[in-house]
Design a protein around this ligand. Sequence first.
Ligand code: ADP
Length: 495
Amino acid sequence: MHFQFGSFFQDLIRKVPVFRSLKAYIFLLMLVIGVVPGAIMRIGILENYEERAVSLRISDLTTQYRIIADHLLNYNYLQDTSSDVINAELEQMANLYDGRVLIINGNFSIVKDTYALSEGKTMISEEVIRCFKGENISRHDRNNGYIEMTVPIVETVETDGKAGSVVRGVILASSSTDSIAAMLEILSRRALILEIVMTILILGIVFFFSHILIAPFDRVTKAINEVRDGYNDKEISVPDYLETEQIVDAFNQLLGRMRVINDSRQEFVSNVSHELKTPMTSVKVLADSLNQQPDAPVELYREFMQDITEEIERENKIINDLLTLVKMDRTEAELDIRTVDINSLLEKTLKRLRPIARQRDIEVVFESIRSVTAEVDEVKLSQIFTNLVENAIKYNKEHGWVRVRLDADHQFFTVEVSDSGIGLKEEDYEPIFERFYRVDKSHSREIGGTGLGLSIARSAVLLHRGSIRVSSVEGEGTVFTVKIPLTHVIAGGGA
Ligand code: ADP
């Protein structure tokens, strides 16, 4: 079986909620920051205490034994150990420092042992030898709890008029460190109790603060839930932290956009209903008036039936345009991209529309600067050009002209549709691309507009990642410019 350690931990973190909780992390972090320094301090201080107590003891002992070494020489103790004064002094030292004192003479023979066990024996250890060379040696045996030290018994002699010193013997002393260990034990116990109390206190504070610190995030969730459940439809605000403010700001912006989308959807639905109702109302009025006149002449019937047919055609056109628009709103994947000869596509479009232009004696000219092929959806592109040229004919004057100009650079091709028509006010440049927007409702209705043509054109252009612009001089004419990339850019391709 293959076992992956890393993914095991990732799984664990993902599945156990507490591992992903910010509150838990804050809690742990504060706990570590609060408790660890205390523990380090306790261990450090206690360690230091022991070292200092031992070195103090050694320096005490050294001083004392140096004085005793002088006394030993004065009383000639190395030769004769009968001095009560010195014996009492040595016993006192051994008792006071809870240890043993050995006096060794120049022949490495033990002349005095406060335990009276080794007197007369020879003592040749490394420490003793080194001490005879004048070294003060001390050693702390921590495991067995004692200090061992040697102090040389030094006599000052004068040879050839020069002062010198000779080591006559060695004091080998030990001292138990039990009292230091006992003190350490007491201190350590007190420190531990203090630390436990501190930890409990810190635990409480940390628990409290991890709650308090996280609370604004809970408030954000609560506020968002209130909006979701419909208890609140205003902008929410959690200004406690910069971070919560940023989250809430982003949420409010999203909410705002959703409101705009919702509003425009509602407006669209009401516009659609209104547009679809108008022809139906006309049909009903025409049919009703025929019904109310049973004896109406056939001519009237014919005339009214003709009107009814026109209204039904209009209704049909609106529905078709709406369907085209809805299709256009779908994703880019719906585009049927092929390499298309734009020149011949434009020529075909113009050929279809010329008969309508001819009815009003409008001349339609095609001007191609270069031949262009591009990766586009032919049907959608034809919709763009048909709508633009149709408009250029519809909103033109009798005996006017329409000019279609095709050009390209290495990246884009441009189609310019100009006319000698009624023109547009600058304030209408933007809204004419909105659904159902018409500059002059009655006039537009007369010439059979639905108000959807330009929004269809704009959607198709945007699907191709192109742009559409308009400029116009009122009463003189309008120019629509469409710019589309020659090669299709796939969505999400980083373009
Ligand atoms: P419609 O079906 O009414 O033509 P469009 O969306 O195609 O709808 O156009 C919207 C409005 O823009 C038109 O009603 C018209 O007022 C204005 N418009 C479009 N093209 C032209 C043009 N070439 N010249 C002047 N006005 C135009």
